[in-house]
Write a protein that binds this ligand. Structure first.
Ligand SMILES: [Zn+2]
Length: 377
């Protein structure tokens, strides 16, 4: 009995520490309605009492690499209780065989993980079946194989036929993902990139951004794949392009932050349609982990407030639970607390997302930030 009591007390402490309980039956401290566009006056956002983490999760894989996913309604509950009000749902660029044993690709080296359409359909079916009151959901096309671009337009048309107008984004698609090389991933070549023009033109016409995972390099040669993204930016300057994880990855955790920021600043300066995704706990733990490094990135984000997008990169495999989601939202969103008000509103409160996703800016806007009580900034 004592053991049970102790376990229960420990569980309660854990839950309280993580801020998960009490479950928000309504809309908690950060209602969706605070982000709805109105002509009237809007309640300002109080950074002293309202959450400092992102209201958007713009990097959320609702489907895992393999195995079963967290049920959609349950996943929406995770977001609601974490006070995430805007979710951009990705499938996953590469899925393991449906009849395989693995949930995570790195546990199944040698098994091909192939791009496909099934989880885009699954996300769309869930979206239609379970409308959300407290969360705005948008869908992203995760099916394209960037090294085999020939059928991408036809597949977009297939989604159009089944779910007209529902898909507002493309990604996460893999240009070069080193970690997946053991699972049959073939990086796109400059020749492949040149063949993207038909689908890129269609995306541009629709104002749909494309979110690309492309490893900048690895710790032995931090910029060895930079030429690939440069080629994309050179050939498609009029497309909205999001570079996932700012090019960083588990293979590149030791790049000098000053060098990385200098490189990214140059690219943002030259390419007005480029945005950077700052999701993934791996990035936060490798680059925002000391006060010195974190300060450099805070200064960088403050300098480019309109060019940064926030998300978790949570992969909804059924062996995870709300504590994992909550932790990932806190780890990836931790740095946002240090941003100045302009950058906080643009990044953490979703204004960049509303400006980027087609049609969203007509419906939503980030609230203004309340003047700080201490009178200093
Ligand atoms: Zn991802």
């Amino acid at each position: 009995m004592k053991n049970l009591t102790t376990t229960f007390a420990l569980l309660l402490t854990t839950i309280t520490l993580l801020g998960v309980a009490p479950a928000s039956a309504g809309e908690g401290r950060r209602p969706l309605s605070q982000f709805t566009k109105t002509d009237g006056e809007k309640a300002c956002y109080d950074r002293g009492t309202q959450p400092h983490t992102a209201v958007t999760d713009l990097h959320l894989h609702a489907q895992p690499f393999g195995g079963t996913s967290i049920a959609y309604q349950e996943l929406m509950g995770y977001l609601d209780k974490t006070e995430v009000r805007f979710a951009l749902l990705y499938g996953i660029g590469q899925t393991l065989p449906f009849n395989g044993e693995c949930t995570y690709y790195l546990d199944c080296i040698g098994t091909d993980a192939r791009p496909g359409m099934k989880n885009d359909f699954e996300n769309a079916a869930n979206y239609v079946e379970y409308p959300q009151k407290n969360i705005h959901v948008a869908l992203s096309m995760a099916f394209p194989d960037l090294a085999e671009p020939g059928d991408i337009v036809a597949k977009i048309k297939l989604l159009d036929a089944e779910y007209p107008g529902l898909f507002k984004w493309m990604g996460e698609v893999n240009l070069h993902k080193e970690a997946l090389r053991g699972n049959g991933h073939i990086p796109a070549t400059p020749q492949d990139i040149a063949q993207w023009k038909d689908f890129m033109r269609l995306l541009q016409k629709r104002g749909i951004p494309i979110a690309i995972h492309s490893d900048l390099g690895d710790d032995s040669d931090p910029t060895k794949n930079l030429h690939l993204m440069r080629e994309v930016l050179r050939l498609y300057p009029d497309n909205k392009i999001v570079w996932m994880h700012m090019g960083l990855s588990r293979e590149l955790v030791k790049m000098d932050p000053a060098d990385h920021i200098k490189l990214m600043s140059g690219l943002l300066g030259q390419n007005s349609n480029l945005s950077l995704d700052i999701s993934w706990t791996v990035i936060a733990e490798a680059y925002f982990d000391t006060p010195e490094k974190r300060a450099l990135y805070v200064e960088f984000f403050n300098r480019y407030p309109t060019r940064i997008l926030a998300g978790t990169d949570f992969v909804a495999a059924s062996n995870k639970n709300i504590l994992v989601y909550h932790k990932e939202a806190n780890v990836t969103g931790g740095i946002l607390a240090d941003l100045d008000d302009e950058a906080f509103r643009a990044i953490a409160l979703g204004q960049n997302y509303f400006d980027l996703a087609p049609g969203l800016g007509d419906e939503f806007e980030a609230p203004p930030i309340c003047p700080s009580k201490s009178g200093s900034d």
